[in-house]
Write a protein that binds this ligand. Structure first.
Ligand code: GDP
Length: 444
């Protein structure tokens, strides 16, 4: 469903030929086209506006990396903005609650709710080895309960025995009791849908919700319905709360924009995609992958990423040289921290040095956590230039000021300084012994 944008944007990016930093007029021209393409892909107007503003701000003045074209650079910026607006990280269905974990499936009739209930139950059973019980609360549509029972039989997932004439809240209550007594890990409740959002539907879903206090409320929407799906999501979110969205019929030829609007307008994470009628046609939602599909320019994106890595490598080499000479200051440490954060782990300078595994661990062990890296960067940037070059200046009152300025504590500032001292001591020793020089061979 995501082919729409690809071809259109390709031409636009081609036209950007000038080197150097991206100019405002170039970026504006491209963003105009991106705007049209997004609207044509069925992205809601306010979402498009926000997208264009943010991507534009990131692009203007951006240095074009060596070895890529300005057009490729913009593709990468547009891609990254797509990823960010799609939620950045995948958010899987969460079962982290006391068993039986209640999952409430909600949505309009025909959205693919029952099918998705079967798919997810099957996956939880087969892949995640969970004991799952499914129950249909749909007493309105004839044969809905029977449909779920048959799906259960096909997929080998247990379903709650059907009791004729029983009302939704009672069925839900019975399902939870059976779930508890018979040791189920998960109880999936498939609620009734309607053709449109109406009060009766919402009231019924709300009363079941109040009773079972579901850990996940998964709203199933049909991607083919585009902007309508977004409105449906808004309505459900306001009335019963939604913890995640499942978009179905992503295998069809719907324009991909609905996914982007959905996430941006409702703020709810898209957790799963339905990609066909078969029981195994269920995918996790990966913002990275979807952004790639919307743009259809995965090659360009990885090209720019590689170019960026080369730049990082140059920077790492510069730092490594400074280290070997023994003049490694807090600015260098900040640069190092930035790299660590970008690489999501230990890399950069240390990664370039062969045979340094043990020290790697020593330096990394404690502080690979993202948040901590960000704190450490903040601490360093709250120091004056002078302080960064000479940490002897950092008396108690200055440390206090730095902690306040960086939103951290004096203890954290002390810890960072200690770490810096440890790092530079190790480096000096290595420099003296010629070890660092030896190891870095070609770099020096
Ligand atoms: P409900 O009324 O919301 O429970 O909808 P159903 O689960 O009965 O699904 C309605 C129809 O949509 C069925 O024919 C399903 O096979 C079909 N369907 C559900 N999910 C998908 C999907 O991801 N892709 C495709 N192509 N069809 C789907």
């Amino acid at each position: 469903m995501f082919d729409g944008l690809t071809g259109k944007l390709g031409d636009v990016f081609e036209r950007l030929k000038r080197r150097g930093a991206l100019s405002e007029s170039d970026v504006q021209a491209v963003m105009r086209e991106v705007r049209v393409a997004l609207l044509e892909a069925d992205v809601a107007l306010p979402v498009v506006k926000e997208f264009i503003t943010k991507a534009g701000e990131k692009a203007v003045g951006q240095e074009v990396l060596r070895s890529v074209t300005p057009g490729q650079m913009v593709v990468k910026i547009v891609h990254d903005q797509l990823v960010e607006m799609l939620g950045a990280e995948p958010e899987p269905v969460d079962l982290n609650a006391p068993a039986p974990v209640p999952i409430l499936m909600v949505g309009l009739q025909g959205s693919g709710k029952t099918t998705t209930t079967g798919k997810l139950a099957r996956r939880l059973t087969q892949r995640d080895k969970k004991k799952v019980l499914m129950a249909s609360l749909d007493v309105h549509r004839p044969a809905a309960q029977e449909q779920l029972r048959i799906l259960g039989e096909q997929t080998g997932v247990a379903t709650l025995p059907i009791v004729a004439g029983e009302q939704p809240v009672s069925i839900a209550k019975r399902a939870m009791t059976v779930g508890r007594l018979q040791g189920y890990d998960v109880v999936m409740l498939d609620t009734a849908g309607r053709l449109h959002v109406d009060e009766a539907l919402m009231a019924e879903v709300a009363s079941v919700h109040d009773l079972v206090q579901p850990h996940e409320v998964l709203l199933v929407v049909d991607a083919m319905t585009g902007q309508d799906a977004v409105n449906v999501a808004k309505a459900f979110k306001e009335r019963v709360g939604v913890t995640g969205i499942v978009m179905t019929r992503v295998d069809g030829d719907a324009r991909g924009g609905a996914a982007l609007s959905m996430r941006a307008v409702t703020g709810c994470p898209i957790k799963l995609l339905g990609v066909g009628e078969k029981m195994d046609a269920l995918e996790d939602f990966h913002p990275q992958r979807i952004a790639g599909r919307i743009l259809g320019m995965g090659d360009v994106v990885s090209l720019v990423e590689k170019a960026a890595e080369t730049i990082e490598k140059d920077e790492a080499e510069r730092l490594a040289k400074k280290m070997a000479k023994g003049d490694f200051d807090l600015d260098d440490m900040a640069a190092q921290l930035r790299q660590l954060r970008k690489l999501g782990g230990l890399g950069g300078v240390m990664g370039l040095l062969p045979g340094i595994g043990k020290m790697k661990k020593q330096l990394a062990g404690a502080n690979i956590d993202e948040k901590q890296l960000a704190h450490q960067e903040a601490i360093i940037s709250s120091m004056t230039k002078k302080e960064r070059k000479d940490i002897k200046l950092l008396n108690a009152s200055r440390r206090k000021r730095i902690a306040a300025g960086s939103g951290t504590t004096v203890q954290e500032v002390n810890r960072l300084l200690k770490q810096y001292q440890d790092m530079s001591r190790v480096m000096k020793q290595m420099g003296k012994s010629g070890m660092l020089k030896g190891m870095m061979g070609g770099l020096m």
